[in-house]
Design a protein around this ligand. Sequence first.
Ligand code: GAP
Length: 456
Amino acid sequence: MAENRMEKIVALCKRRGFIFQSSEIYGGLNGAWDYGPLGAELKRNLKDAWWKAMTQWRDDILGLDGSILMNRAVWKASGHEATFSDPMIDCKTCQGRFRADQVASTPCPQKPSKMVTACGGELTEARQFNLMFKTYVGPVEDDRNLTYLRPETAQAMFVQFKNVLEVSRKKLPFGIAQIGKAFRNEINPRNFTFRSREFEQMEVEFFVRPSEGKAWLEKWLTDRIAWYESIGLPRKKIQVYDVPAKDRAFYSQGTYDLLYEFPFGAEELEGIAYRTDYDLKQHQAASGKPLEYFDEETREKFIPHVVEPSAGVDRTVLALICEAYTEEGVTDEKGNQETRVVLRFHPRIAPVKAGIFPLLKNKPDLVEKARALAADLRKHFPVFYDEAGAIGRRYRRQDEVGTPFGITVDFETLEGAKEGPLAGRKDTVTLRHRDSMQQERLAISDLLPRLTAALG
Ligand code: GAP
C-alpha cells in the first residue's frame, strides 16, 4: 500500500511538473533533482514561510546568505575533513557500494527482490567514506587549492558570528538564519528526494548564555513543531526522537530529531541540537581570532553556547506533498463514480492560489472578463487561467496540483446573479473550494480580501 502510494506520488510529481529527475534526457544523475514550475513555487513558498517565521516575525534572529565555497580551514576546524563520513561496504560479487548501516534494507542491484545481506554476495569489511565533494579553487588542481562544496550551511554562520554581532549590536540570546544548498556524496541516495546528494537546508544558529542552553533547546522544540503545523503537517504525524547520548555528537548536550511519517516510514525532517560552545571554540582556536561575547552587565567574556534547529527544504517539500496527497471517490456530472486526486496543501504554501475559468471558451464576453480578472489577481498571487475543456475537468486539474480556489466567470456574472443574497447583482463569480468542492457566489470586488485572508 505504502509503496504504491509513494509510486503514485512520484508519478504525479513528474506528470504535473513538481519534480523531475536531473539531466533526465541523459539518463539522469543519481541523487540530484530538478523542481519543475509547480515544485519551484512550492519550494519558494516553503522557504518564504520559514524565512518570515525566523527573521521577519521576530527581532532576535538575523539572516545571512553565505558562500558555498569556503576556505578549507573551515572544514578542518569544524571536524568535517577528519570525520564527516559514513561506513561503506563493497560487494565483491556485484561491485555495488552500500552504506554499512543500511545493508539490511538496501535491495541488491542484481537481485532486487533480496536485500544486500541476503543475496549471497561476498561483502567486504566496512570502511569510512568521507561525504564531502572535493573541488579545487583556481586553475591548479593540487592539495593547496583543494576545498569542498559545503555539506551544511551552518559553518558560515559560525565563522561570521562576530561580524553579525558587531553590525547588529544584538545581545544574547540571538540567532543567525540561513537557507541554502548543501552537498553530500551520499553512498546510497534513496526514497525519491529524501536522501539526495544536492539539497537545501534551512538552519538557525541560536547563540545563548551557557546556563540557558537546555531551556532554549526545549523552547525550540515546541516552536519548530508549531511551525510545521502552521504549514500543514499535523502534530500526530510528527514524531519527536530524543537522541540518546551514545548516538549524539560528543559535544551535544541534547538533540531532538523531528520525524515525519512518510509512506516509507518515519524519517528525519529536522534535527534540533544543543551544540554547546563546540563550533565557536573550534574556530577561535584554529583561526586565532577571538569569537567571544562580552556581557556588558556582568562584565564577563565567554564563548556563547548554540542551539541549532536544522531543517531540510527538500524533505519538507516531500513531506508536504505526501501529506497533501489524497484520493477520494466522487460522482461526476453524469453520475459516474470516479477517483478524485487532490493535493490538500495549506493555502499558504499551495503553488497556485486560484484557478480562473470562463464557463465557455467560445463566449468572448466570458473570456474577456475572466482574463481581466486573472490579470488583476495575478498582481497579488499566482493564478492559473484555463479555458480548455469541461469545467469539471478544469476543476479536477487544479485539485490535482492543490489549487485551493476555483473562480468561474459565467452568464450570471454578465447578466446578474439569479438567486441568493446577491440576486440581480452583476459582476459576481462562483468561488469553489478545493477540499469541500462547495461553491458560493461572491462579488468580484470581494474576491481579493477574501482570498488574501484565507492565504494567511
Ligand atoms: N548543521 C547540522 C546538520 O547539517 P544534519 O542532521 O546532518 O545536521 C540537517 O542535517 C537536515 O538536513 C536534516 O534533518 C535533513 O532534513 C537535511 N538533510 C541532511 N542530509 C540530507 C540529504 N542527503 N538529502 C536531503 N536532505 C538532507
